[in-house]
Design a protein around this ligand. Structure first.
Ligand code: SF4
Length: 201
């Protein structure tokens, strides 16, 4: 167990308004109040645009000032800004995998814009689950592993043949496996193919 896992949880929650994208639907005051009472949460902050430079710097500052050991950014999809916030966490001296992003935009306000009260209840449940998960976050390290540049393609129909040829052209050692005695699959059953009208075999 690492040193940080032995410490008591000190979670910082950063609620992003995303202008009106999130705050226009969710009652941020109620959500913030709920978040601040979740187990292990010692810091709660709200921001109009958390991915802005001031928003990012506030995360770094509050991690340092409050000795946070887990960070939860409640905002948009991690696909968009997980890398951004991991950089903040690294800048503050924490392992980047101690960050948890909670998507309350694409998976919440954008799909429940007509039901703000239900959206708020869902947001609370999502936050509570994320805090429970934050308990289990471990500091991880990137590793490099050797990869054998070899591929196995199963099925010698048109898709398998094309994939095998593409892989071989890309310099990948490719093995094609077909259970029937001949290649071609359905393609081989056709008498002519568009646009040349040639026999496919
Ligand atoms: S972090 Fe995501 S949700 Fe927040 S302002 Fe940036 S894009 Fe919007």
């Amino acid at each position: 167990m690492s040193e940080i896992e032995k410490q008591a949880l000190r979670i910082g929650v950063f609620l992003c308004h995303c202008g009106t994208n999130i705050a226009g639907i969710l009652d941020m005051k109620q959500l913030g109040e709920f978040a601040s009472h979740l187990p292990g949460v010692v810091q709660m902050a709200e921001n109009l645009y958390t991915c802005s430079e001031p928003g990012q710097q506030e995360i770094v500052k509050l991690i340092r000032e409050n000795n946070l050991n887990r960070v939860m950014v409640v905002a948009c999809t991690p696909k968009l800004h997980e890398v951004t916030f991991r950089k903040c966490v690294i800048e503050a001296g924490l392992n980047p995998f101690l960050l948890e992003m909670v998507n309350v935009r694409e998976q919440l306000t954008w799909v429940h814009s007509q039901e703000p009260q239900l959206a708020l209840e869902k947001a609370k449940d999502t936050l509570a689950a994320a805090v429970a998960r934050a308990n289990l976050l471990e500091p991880l390290e990137y590793i490099r592993v050797p990869v054998t540049k070899k591929a196995l393609v199963v099925g010698g129909g048109i898709a398998g043949l094309t994939a095998s040829l593409d892989l071989a052209e890309a310099g990948v050692d490719t093995i094609l496996v077909e259970r029937k005695p001949s290649l071609g699959g359905r393609m081989a059953q056709l008498c002519k193919t568009f646009p040349t009208m040639d026999c496919p075999i």
